[in-house]
Write a protein that binds this ligand. Structure first.
Ligand SMILES: NC(=O)C1=CN([C@@H]2O[C@H](COP(=O)(O)OP(=O)(O)OC[C@H]3O[C@@H](n4cnc5c(N)ncnc54)[C@H](O)[C@@H]3O)[C@@H](O)[C@H]2O)C=CC1
Ligand SMILES: O=C(O)[C@@H]1CCC=N1
Length: 265
């Protein structure tokens, strides 16, 4: 992949993407990271924008700082917009309009929402471009993000809050499932370490099975586990009750989408 990347912010998500890129095809010499916290990485890491090497001309500036600090951070990078770089923001809630206000209406900006499985090449990122993003820039962003998983584009920015709530935050819901399944196992009489092992292996195994059976709906995989009048059916009667998991998940996703909208202001 011959793209030069400036990664601004190398915390949990920026770090996850970087590790996916370096595991795959990105050359270390094509990446500069700005991270005030420092980082032991096989790429050049600087503490602030003024440490970026003279003459470094990124094709893509990836903005991976918290939404709340974006306004303070961004002006130091505006010169790269003028030089023709595309800005790829992964900040939850931050709108294209808010970047245009800071970088100028002509700046090419992609609002994106990745997720942490990018660290193992199994992320999914949804992108929404502004009008200044041409086909070549779109291809560059797709290439960069496909190195760490699946990529989808939407034209309606209004969908990004729901995207954030489903796939951006979604890994946390799955990890919570593993945590709560383990605790339920303990409550049912298992030693804590065995319950944790069972829950973890089950979530990983079920995820991998769903991954490999790409053509089967999750509902079919669920039915494959469920014997008529058996143990799974007994549990699913609880989970699929009117006040069960569907209602809970709908409320959780709505809360995340609401918070994404709030982060815009
Ligand atoms: N953690 C996740 O699962 C996901 C996070 N995001 C988004 O990614 C962004 C980063 O989130 P996390 O990685 O979770 O947070 P984080 O706190 O782990 O990372 C943010 C990084 O930005 C650095 N930073 C702070 N000020 C800076 C500056 N002036 N210049 C450069 N770097 C600076 C911090 O030192 C930190 O390492 C957020 O906008 C979040 O909405 C998006 C998708 C998923
Ligand atoms: O919790 C957050 O705000 C970020 C965005 C999606 C996942 N983490």
């Amino acid at each position: 992949m011959s793209l030069s990347i400036l990664l601004v912010g190398c915390g949990k998500m920026g770090g996850a993407m970087l590790s996916g890129w370096l595991d795959r095809s990105l050359r270390a010499e094509d990446v500069v990271v700005v991270e005030p916290g420092g980082a032991e990485l096989p790429v050049k890491v600087v503490a602030a924008a003024d440490g970026i090497p003279e003459g470094f001309r990124p094709d893509v500036v990836v903005l991976a700082v918290k939404p709340q600090v974006m306004d303070d951070v961004l002006p130091a990078y505006a010169r790269f917009a003028a030089a023709g770089a595309v800005f790829l923001s992964i900040a939850a809630g931050r709108t294209l309009a808010s970047f245009e206000r800071l970088l100028g209406a002509d700046a090419a900006i992609v609002r994106a929402m990745p997720n942490t499985p990018a660290a193992v090449g199994r992320g999914i990122t949804v992108c929404c471009p502004n009008d200044a993003v041409g086909p070549a820039m779109r291809d560059q962003c797709t290439m960069l993000l496909e190195a760490v998983g699946q990529v989808a584009w939407v034209e309606d920015e209004g969908q990004m809050d729901a995207v954030t709530a489903v796939s951006g935050s979604g890994p946390a819901y799955v990890f919570l499932l593993a945590e709560t399944l383990a605790r339920a196992g303990e409550a049912a009489g298992l030693p804590a370490s065995l319950a944790a092992q069972l829950a973890r292996a089950t979530v990983c195994g079920a995820g991998e099975l769903m991954h490999r059976c790409g053509d089967d709906e999750p509902a079919q995989l669920r039915k494959n586990v469920t014997s008529p009048n058996g143990t799974t059916a007994a549990a699913l009667d609880v989970l699929m009750a009117d006040d069960g998991l569907a209602a809970l998940m709908e409320r959780a996703v709505a809360a995340a989408a609401r918070r994404s909208k709030e982060l815009a202001s």
